[in-house]
Design a protein around this ligand. Structure first.
Ligand code: ATP
Length: 221
């Protein structure tokens, strides 16, 4: 049985950034968001089931899922939302477990899931690792990142933060915490402004320390 570390954190906290640092140490990951998209990909049985239930307008001209319409359909309809969750959640869980089992050999593996705690996925993992930043940093980093593709407004980001578990609750459920508040100004140390290099290496050090701990824990299961 594999030793699974569940990596979570609010929007813009740095999950992808931290995942890349673990990847560099040879630790592979499964991303719950990607799995959730894959299981309803064009031609999938689950997409057919959703279209059967909600109607053919759920398919785009390209035969993919019309996500905006689905979001709209479940927005004010608790029964529709409950039905969707009842088919999606078990399928996501199954597919995540199968992808985790199929990852290349490694001392332990990561399950990266923004809603790990909200969706009770932490029952699947051996250890919960939270990437923590202040709400102020969540807001500014998400807006900064999404600005390139003319993304979200501050109101939209605030609404997403409010829809997720609170920072305090998340921290209370953590086994381990990475503090990602210090500004690294970029992950690639060679291209990091000199005033931020210390912060970048301290993030790397936090990951390195956890890496040692997880290798030791994984040996004892
Ligand atoms: P989401 O849940 O929205 O997918 P995430 O938790 O994966 O987000 P990232 O995409 O890793 O978060 O980080 C959000 C943004 O903040 C990115 O643009 C990233 O480059 C930047 N970032 C992450 N960590 C830091 C840091 N310590 N200092 C400065 N910028 C950072």
């Amino acid at each position: 049985k594999r030793f699974i570390v569940g990596l979570t954190g609010g929007i813009g906290s740095g999950k992808s950034t931290v995942t890349r640092l673990f990847n560099e140490l040879g630790i592979p990951a499964v991303d719950a968001d990607i799995v959730a998209r894959e299981i309803v990909a064009k031609g999938s049985p689950l997409l057919a089931e959703i279209v059967d239930h909600f109607g053919p307008e759920l398919l785009t001209a390209e035969h993919t899922l019309n996500r905006p319409l689905l979001r709209q359909l479940i927005f004010n309809d608790p029964a529709a939302k409950a039905w969707l969750n009842s088919v999606m959640h078990p399928a996501i869980r199954r597919e995540m477990l199968s992808q985790l089992a199929a990852l290349p050999a490694a001392p332990y593996v990561l399950l990266v899931a923004p809603l790990l705690l909200e969706n009770k996925l932490h029952t699947l993992v051996d250890r919960v690792l939270v990437v923590d930043i202040t709400e102020q940093n969540q807001l500014s980093r998400t807006l900064n990142r999404d600005a390139v593709n003319a993304g979200a407004t501050p109101e939209q980001v605030r609404a997403i933060i409010a829809s997720q578990i609170s920072r305090a609750e998340r921290l209370a459920l953590a086994d381990d915490i990475i503090d990602n508040n210090a500004d690294i100004g970029g992950l690639d140390l060679a291209n990091t402004p000199v005033e931020h290099q210390g912060n970048a290496s301290s993030l790397q050090q936090q990951v390195q320390q956890l890496h040692q701990r997880y290798k030791a824990l994984a040996q004892n299961v």
